[in-house]
Design a protein around this ligand. Sequence first.
Ligand code: ADP
Ligand code: MG
Length: 347
Amino acid sequence: MKKKDNKLKLTKLSELGEFEVINRITKNFSNKNNSTITGIGDDAAILKYSDKNVVVSSDILVEGIHFNLTYMPLKHLGYKSVVANISDIYSMNAICSQITVNIAVSNRFKLESIEELYFGINAACKKYGVDLVGGDTASSNKGLIISITAIGAQDSNSIVKRSGAKLNDLIVVSGDIGSAYMGLQVLERENEVFKVNPQNQPDLSQYAYIIQRQLKPEARKDVINYFEDINLIPTSMIDISDGLSSEIIHICSNSEVGCDIYEDKIPVSEELMSSCEEFKLNSTTIALSGGEDYELLFTIDQKDYEKVKKSLDLTVIGHITDLKKGMNLITKANQKIPITSQGWKSF
Ligand code: ADP
Ligand code: MG
């Protein structure tokens, strides 16, 4: 394609002007949802959700704070920004149908870079069936800032909040956790090596899974669809963006309950185990405290256990207890350790 030629002459955003930049980055998006009446092109988008409740969530990502472009390709950044946002909609047991994207860019960025970012945004929109219906474009003095708002909907009696966990409910997690954090450790280590020796071509193949979990995470729309298929409404739910321990604390404090989580039940990948060994880190600590896995953590009534048991991808890791019992990790050695938001402090 044209990309090779563009590499030779990059296009300054000021050459095009704001409207042409918006046209260029949004021209490859098309709407797929009936709830999108009017998308990009007017002063505001028009959405229509007949009888459902609307669920809205926003996030802001700042270069140097939330991402590092030396090892995060812009295409992946675009994809991951969308995933992180729509994951918040799924964690309400709702389906995401629209996003708006606000960007502020310094003159360091050329049109081709912003197009890369939007290529990733578009890939995520297609994968998850989400319409880009608007946004705003501004310049910044330094670096890149991305803010996304995600919009979704669900029947009012199917929406799941953090606050619904009840005594004796089972605590369940999707997929495996901790890998995204170890992927980041590998990328940061290679980045330090690169600074000293730019000739070095690292072989990262043995870290493929954990790096992918860091650079190209997925949101668990499939789990929300599965709940619908098996007719299950969790009693509470949250997505794991900051690590298992801080998320279970959110569920327990919002629900005014305690919990017991079993260390030997926490699902971790083989690659997480081997990289933790290499970095001399405790894999349970990483699973509890590492973030950005975007898996779902939820509670179910005991009567729904049979429904969940059928899925290999859902793991029961503990149960809800009385508020007075507190939040605890039961270790492999059968010790009870209080869970704190920074799990490693307890070890
Ligand atoms: P306004 O002056 O009303 O803010 P803009 O010229 O900024 O309008 O935007 C024109 C249209 O393009 C609007 O529909 C807006 O939502 C959309 N838009 C602007 N910037 C972006 C962006 N970065 N990503 C997606 N859509 C955008
Ligand atoms: Mg505007």
